[in-house]
Design a protein around this ligand. Sequence first.
Ligand SMILES: *Cc1c(COP(=O)(O)O)cnc(C)c1O
Length: 408
Amino acid sequence: MLLEQLGRAAAERAANALTRCRSVAHTACEPHQAISRDGQGTSNSLLSFCSNDYLGLANHPAVVEAFVEGARRYGAGSGASHLVCGHSLAHHQLEAKLAMWQAPYIPDVRALYFCTGYMANLAVLSALGTSDATLFCDKLNHASLIDGALLARAEVRRYPHRDTGALNRQLSASNSPLKLIVTDGVFSMDGDIAPLAELLVLAELHDAWIVVDDAHGFGVLGEQGRGLLAHLGLKSKRFIYVGTLGKAAGVAGAFVAAHTAIVEHLVNVARPYIYTTAAPPAVAHALLTSLTLIGGDEGRQRRRQVAELIALLRGGLEILQARHPKAGWRMINSATPIQPLVVGDNAAALTLSQALAADGIRVTAIRPPTVPDGTARLRITFSAEHTRADVARLLNSLQILAANRESA
Ligand SMILES: *Cc1c(COP(=O)(O)O)cnc(C)c1O
């Protein structure tokens, strides 16, 4: 019964070009990575534009060395949850540093480290989203925020993407005693940025709080890579900031930075924080080095390199679109390392991704439900380890495919 049901669901996925599969990486996360289909036989080196390792720190020698040193000092595993006996000096130092980084933007701030961003979002929304609360969520929020809202007992309202007018009407109509605005900082599949200054005005007007998930902004945006609050120069006790550490920071985990009373509450009641084994202390130890790099000259240079690659790609794609309007590809107005090329149809996006792969280039096709129906896309992302020649190669390959598509 179950197996037949699952078989029908799989057939339906296949018919809609929605089947998902994994490829196997044989080497570290870098622009040129050896990949195989099944982990057996030979692997091919592909030029990849799909990781979230924006600063190229995932295989940075100093971060890797710190990871090794952390393992030597603290061992491989933490042994227990943070509240039992898994909380190490490395976790503690990391939280202190992260709190210091957000202190200019959030008064009385304290930071709390989580194993993953997914869990941080579940923790914040389930712990604060009590039955008398209302969550006001941007429609394009990341899946982890959507799942956090499902776990919460709060009422959930969704507003159209970045539509502060609609949000204002929803807030005005609500008499909920606890209002939480919930938004991605940099939207994960579009690369555009939440209108946080306007959201803060609304939050003050309606006495609401703002949960901002800056998974793609932390490390990339703002002074010293401190993220979206730094980038926009905003300061408020109303911010509940979530940053993740497996993307630009190159390692793993996440943190919540918020007023100390909020963090203290999470430590005491957030089940995704309490009922899970603490991440290996070596991870936190490696992150201390990663933060030093992000905040220093090297981070600045890496952010500059990424900005140059973005400009190069966007310039090239604009020329390509002008030459081949009938290819039907659309860019999104994004200034971040997430540069989607919207194709529309699921099968067309998949075919384009496969054609690039045949040319030695890897760009993942992103399909519903990760993005809305009819907006399947290639999600092109950059790392500071990419070169201008890498981008030129991608553009060249896309140029040939656009010409073929038009003549087909
Ligand atoms: C990746 C991502 C997360 C989840 O973070 P992990 O540390 O990978 O679990 C949360 N929110 C957004 C917007 C993300 O892109």
